[in-house]
Each structure stands twice: as C-alpha cells, then as structure tokens.
Design a binder for this molecule. Structure first.
Ligand code: NOJ
Length: 539
C-alpha cells in the first residue's frame, strides 16, 4: 500500500504557500497512521513547472523550492525510521525545455549530436512550414513546435507528446539511455526504494513517425514500439544489482493484456491498472475490469503485480466521479479525459458512499494498492477553482474548454480556523510566529468539512474508515487467489480471497450473507440505496 504525495499540496514547512519535503517529513505521522508501506513523491526536481514538475530541468537533485537535497535526506531518514519505503517519480519520456541538453540542441545545427538526443525533423511543404506529421499533443494542439534556424529564420520542428515545454527524448539514441542509467543509480545510491515511471509505455516512437489516419484519435505509434521493453529489462538489471528490495512501477495507460507484458519476468515489478478507475460505478463494469486484469496477468505469465488505484493527480477525484448526477459532455478528444474528468453537479452523500465502497473492494484485490493524498478524507474534486488560478497546461491548450487536473491538486485542509486550513506552518523552525503566504491553489471554504482535524475525532469519518480498512488488509494473504462468488443478485459483486469474502452491493438492499462467509469485519457504510462493500472473515 503506497500513499501518493503531490508534493506541492501536502504540507508547507517554510510558509511560502507551496508544499515541500520538510512539510511531508514533519507530518509523516498522518501517513504512518494510515498503515501504508510507503510513499511516492510526485516530481520535485528543478523545473519551470509548466506541467506540475513533469518538465524536469535537472534529474539529479531536488529543487531548492522543496528544500533541496538536505530536506530530501531528512525526509528519507524520517520515512525509513517509520518503516516507510520511498519511491520517486522518474520522467524519462521528455525533459523540460530548460534542461541543458535541450538548450544545447536549440543552439546546435540540424543533424548535430545535440539534436539527436531529441526528435527534431524538417517540416513539410516547400518552406518546411508544416509539421513533420499530423500528431496531436496529449494536452491539445499539435505535437510539434518549430524552432528558430540559422540567422533567425524558421528552422526544424521538435516533437513534444505533451506541452511544448516538454521535448520528447529520442530513446533510440544510446546517449539518452546512458544518461538515465546514471539517474537511476544516483537515486538508488542515495537510498530510495524505487521509481514510479512516467508514461512508461510511450518512450519509444514508431521509427517512421507516420501520419495518423485520424489525428484526433489515439496514437498507436507512440506505444508498445519495439525497444520499449528493452529499456525496462535494462533498468531491472540495474535495480537487481543492488542488494535490497527496489521497485519499478510503470504508468501504462493500455488495455490489461498489453499492460501485463510490462510486468513479465525481468521487467517492471508493478504496472498500474487504470481501467478500473475509468469505469462507472456499476457491478458489471467493475467485475469485468478486475477479471480482465487478473486474466491478462495470468495469461502473460506475469512475474510482477498489478498496482490498483482509484485516483491520482491526473484524474478527477473518486467522490466526484462517482457522485456526478448530470455530467457535462467534455469538448476534448482525450478519451481518458472523457472518462475521468467529466464535471457537473455532485451528490456528495452518494459519491462518498461509492468511493468508500470502491476503495474497500480495491483493497481486497490481489496486488498493490495506491492511495492518492486526500482520498482518505473523501475530498471531492474542486470544480469551482477561479479560472485565473488554473495552472494545468490542459486549460489553455484545450482553448479554455477543459479544466484539466488542478481540482485534484488543491492543498490539503489540515485544521479548521487557520489560514490555508493549516497547510503552511505558521511558526518558523525556531518557533517564532510568522505570516504565511496563501496556498498556491486556492482552497474553497467547503474544504473545512473535510479537514483532517475534524475527522480525527470522529470514529465514523472516512479517515477512521481508511485506517480500519488498511489495518484489516494486513490480515489478507497476499498470495491468495481471487475466486468469484455468485450471489444471485445482479446489483452485487462478490469474491473470496483466502479466508475473506468481499461483497459490494452497488445499488440495492444489503445482502443476506450465507453463514459460510464468516463474520462481517468491516463495512464501507453506504447509503439507503446501497453502495456498500463488506468484508467477511472465516475463523
Ligand atoms: C503523466 C503524469 O502523471 C502527468 O501528470 C503528466 O502531465 C504526464 N505524464 C506528462 O509527464
């Protein structure tokens, strides 16, 4: 069980309104109290922050704005002292336009070794004024940007699968692979326990960069290309050369059968399943998403495990997704966005009941579980951020039609009645009072209802529920296979793992549990209409 930390938004120790590593270290008790095994830090390297730090200008150090290397060492020690593993985020598909290699490439000639680290091409048309192909960026707009050439005249184009400030590396260039080998070793040598790997499936592009038949559709030329698995075998060898347990976890937005190939022997230890979080809260949708992943894993003879999750810094929070009563149709071609970033009116009671039922079901699955900060508070998505506060590049690249992901990244509410809900420390390390800056994204007044201190004293709070659920999960045998159980009810999904039975009623009255399921040991609560997961345990 891993707790995902959006570093800028967990806690702020130095009072500048932006979260930092000392903020995390000082408030590790909250994370430890949940009973997780480790933490994953979203990127906290030097970055111009055009894409929340996924535009890395230097892979080898921590940005001073998050406390730099001294704060990293304090956090590493504090985490390890509590038995928490520490995973970092590795961003190998692209860097920041501020990375020295890209600056060098811009200053170099076409066909130079400096440009060969990226994907530079001449444009099409008589004057090269058309992009080299018709690919679109994931964030909207073309995937190519033209740079200045000799004498300031328009020059070549470079590929950026995401924002123009994120040039894609050319992974066919051994220099790129060599640089990342070093990055892995640098951080492993500093004592971290693994990496979550950004856009792991898309690092190698089709050699010919062919045009897409439908430029607004998916781009298969960017995933599963020959050479991508080779990178992970190489990294696995590096990880295995260390004399301790290290984990490589891939961000792979692919159907289960393809995703499972990334955890074959000698490759990654874990691969995310994003299929489940894209499903509506419906029994057949959940059952088949789980069954497909397990079947794919068995079929691929996978050596690693599935990493299950219901939320992240990239999708709307689960409470909001499951509680939407009138989803607006999004004007976007990004299929993931349509499924996970719809907006509209939310029935909070229903959304919270469903999110709790969904997570209790998820915690019963074989594999690893990732929790995104704030979900233990049942935090909804902040849909009503002021437009001028929005920072996600999706907002402007979509022509201000898609809100993007800022609403799941708002700084956490810790204490009611304090400025910024206690997100920033109002005392210096020496204990002197100080005025703190406003949180970098504004928190709505209704965050008060979800604050950690409000939930601390309430045994019925979602926070208390998460602690109970994670504690109970420790008794589950990780090796126990999942066996489906038929309940005779189409509104329910049930399965057995070892001596536990997990049943989710999606929409209907409680289920009469047969005696051979044992005693109920934990329930997610639910509403009058259902949306309840219960675990039973045999003696
Ligand atoms: C996936 C990350 O989770 C997301 O936040 C980022 O924008 C893209 N990859 C590009 O790095």
């Amino acid at each position: 069980m891993i707790y995902q930390l959006y570093v800028r938004s967990f806690a702020d120790a130095d009072g500048d309104g932006v979260g930092d590593l000392d903020g995390i270290a000082e408030r590790l008790d909250h994370i430890a109290s949940l009973g997780v095994d480790g933490i994953w830090l979203n990127p906290c390297y030097p970055s111009p922050n055009r894409d929340g730090g996924y535009d890395v200008a230097d892979y080898t150090v921590i940005d001073p704005r998050y406390g730099g290397m001294p704060a990293f060492e304090r956090l590493r020690q504090a985490a390890h002292a509590r038995g928490l593993k520490l995973l970092m985020d590795l961003v190998p598909n692209h860097c920041s336009a501020d990375h020295p290699w890209f600056k060098e490439a811009l200053a170099a000639a076409p066909d130079s070794p400096a440009r060969a680290r990226f994907i530079f091409r001449d444009g099409r048309g008589p004057d090269g004024s058309q992009p080299p192909n018709n690919w679109r960026s994931v964030f909207g707009g073309p995937a190519w940007t033209r740079v200045a050439g000799a004498g300031g005249r328009p020059g070549q184009w470079y590929l950026h699968s995401f924002d123009p400030s994120q040039p894609d590396f050319d992974w066919r260039n051994p220099e790129v692979a060599g640089m990342f080998d070093q990055v892995l070793r640098t951080w492993f040598d500093r004592g971290i326990d693994g990496f979550r790997i950004d856009v792991a499936y898309a690092m190698v592009k089709h050699q010919d960069l062919p045009d897409l038949d439908d430029p607004d559709g998916e781009n298969p030329y960017t995933w599963n290309q020959p050479g991508v698995h080779e990178i992970f075998r190489r990294w696995r060898d590096i990880a295995d050369s260390y004399d301790r347990d290290l984990a490589l976890v891939g961000e792979v937005w692919l159907p289960p059968a393809e995703a499972a190939t990334y955890i074959s022997a000698g490759e990654l230890h874990q691969v995310f399943n994003f299929n489940l979080l894209q499903q509506p809260f419906e029994p057949e949708a959940f059952r088949s998403a789980i069954a497909d992943a397990i079947e794919a894993q068995d079929h691929a003879d996978a050596a690693g495990v599935t990493a299950w999750t219901l939320g992240s810094h990239d999708v709307h929070r689960a409470v909001t997704r499951y509680g939407l009563t009138d989803p607006e149709v999004l004007r976007t071609t990004d299929i993931n966005a349509i499924r996970t970033r719809a907006r509209g009116t939310v029935d909070l009671e229903l959304g919270i009941a469903r999110a709790r039922a969904a997570v209790l079901l998820l915690l019963a699955l074989p594999g690893s579980a990732y929790l995104y900060q704030g979900e233990e508070l049942a935090l909804p998505e902040v849909q009503d951020l002021p437009d001028d506060a929005r920072q996600d590049p999706i907002w402007n690249r979509s022509g201000y039609t898609e809100h993007g992901r800022d609403g799941s990244r708002v700084p956490l509410p810790w204490r009611v009645g304090e400025r910024g809900f206690g997100f920033s420390d109002t005392r210096t390390a020496a204990g002197d009072a100080r005025t703190v800056a406003r949180p970098w994204l504004p928190q709505p007044a209704w965050f008060a209802d979800f604050a950690i201190d409000v939930q601390e004293g309430d045994p019925h709070s979602t926070l208390a529920f998460y602690r109970r659920a994670l504690r109970e999960r420790r008794n589950l045998d990780p090796a126990a296979p999942l066996d489906w159980i038929s309940t005779g009810r189409s509104d329910a999904v049930a399965f057995r793992r070892g001596n536990y039975t997990c049943v989710t009623v999606f929409d209907g009255p409680p289920l009469d549990a047969p005696g051979d399921w044992g005693e109920p040991v934990i329930s997610s609560g639910g509403t009058a209409r259902g949306a309840t997961t219960t675990w039973y345990r045999m003696r």
